[in-house]
Design a protein around this ligand. Structure first.
Ligand code: SF4
Ligand code: SF4
Length: 302
């Protein structure tokens, strides 16, 4: 899956930021490890493909439940993992809800990690609704990498993906909800790009809903400065009880996913090595050592 990328392909200051992040560099994923800490339980939107009993499907394979951690437990876990896995270069917050719908927990975790392990890079993923409110804090913690899940750039499409959002103490539905989410995602993307933070955009390919629209999403996010686009397949299974699952929505075939990725492959980088990791994933991409570091085992390790 390596694209053969290297320092010759990109400006030095960008290479500095991607060279040891396994998700942003297909080369780095052979050499560096990442971990997610599941400190963010709440979410501020509803995606039709989500089942709240499991991890955020934006970044994670639905159907697996992460062990929820307090920021203090997460800080301790990071130190334990860093001692066992020296290749650990990045700690991310990717759920199980939305990192920025839980800002106190997310930023407390970053603060603790920064104090005890200042060499580790911080990373977060979000649906983007609350993003514009937190760009200053994200800058303050020197977060170099943010993932935004953007499944549409047209609220007409978005209304079939998002039944509601919760914004400014109010619940919005349908087209109005999708319009606000879209505007906030675009603003957040622009603000991060202006701040020099590398943005990866995740898009969930939902056949019949946004499959023909994702090329347009790719064009728009590229124009707004996203660094990497990661088109991921919807994993829809009625057993998981998602709204789409219940209505018989299928996920794309491997051939459909590849065809769309090929169409979008241009001068913008496309991520093809995403493993849709769980919100408490630990280790190199493609391996999951999360069960070695559950909280009951941490005392024995530390
Ligand atoms: Fe679920 Fe994630 Fe969507 Fe929130 S953003 S509803 S946790 S899939
Ligand atoms: Fe990287 Fe994808 Fe795993 Fe996130 S879910 S850590 S982008 S491989």
């Amino acid at each position: 899956c390596g694209s053969g990328e290297g320092p010759a392909d990109m400006p030095a200051h960008i290479w500095e930021k991607v060279k040891d992040h396994p998700c942003y560099s297909s080369e780095a994923h052979h050499h560096f490890a990442r971990m997610h800490v599941a400190v963010a339980p709440a979410c501020n939107i509803q995606c039709n493909y989500c089942n709240r009993k499991y991890d955020c499907a934006n970044e994670s394979r639905p159907g697996v439940v992460s062990e929820k951690l307090t920021p203090e437990m997460a800080g301790k876990k990071v130190l334990a993992v860093a001692a066992e896995i020296p290749q650990l270069s990045v700690v991310g917050i990717a759920g199980p809800g939305d990192a920025l719908a839980n800002p106190a927990k997310t930023f407390k975790t970053f603060e603790l990690i920064q104090q005890s392990a200042p060499d580790i890079k911080l990373c977060l993923s979000t649906n983007g609704l609350a993003l514009p409110d937190h760009v200053e804090t994200i800058k303050k913690f020197n977060v170099d990498h943010v993932t935004i899940t953007i499944n549409m750039v047209d609220p007409e499409v978005g209304q079939h993906i998002y039944p509601w959002i919760f914004h400014n103490h109010k619940r919005y539905h349908g087209l109005e909800a999708a319009k606000i989410l879209h505007e906030r995602q675009m603003l957040g993307l622009e603000m991060l790009t202006a701040a020099g933070i590398l943005v990866k955009v995740n898009s969930v390919l939902i056949p019949g809903i946004n499959d023909h629209h994702l090329k347009e999403v790719n064009k728009v996010v590229k124009a707004k400065g996203a660094f990497l686009h990661n088109i991921m397949p919807l994993i829809s299974d009625p057993a998981h009880g998602t709204h789409f699952g219940l209505t018989g929505q299928r996920g794309p075939t491997a051939a459909e996913l590849k065809a769309l990725q090929d169409e979008c492959e241009g001068d913008m980088k496309l991520m093809r090595h995403c493993r849709q990791c769980r919100a408490d994933a630990v280790g190199m991409l493609g391996e999951d050592r999360s069960q070695e570091f559950t909280s009951d085992k941490l005392d024995a390790i530390a």
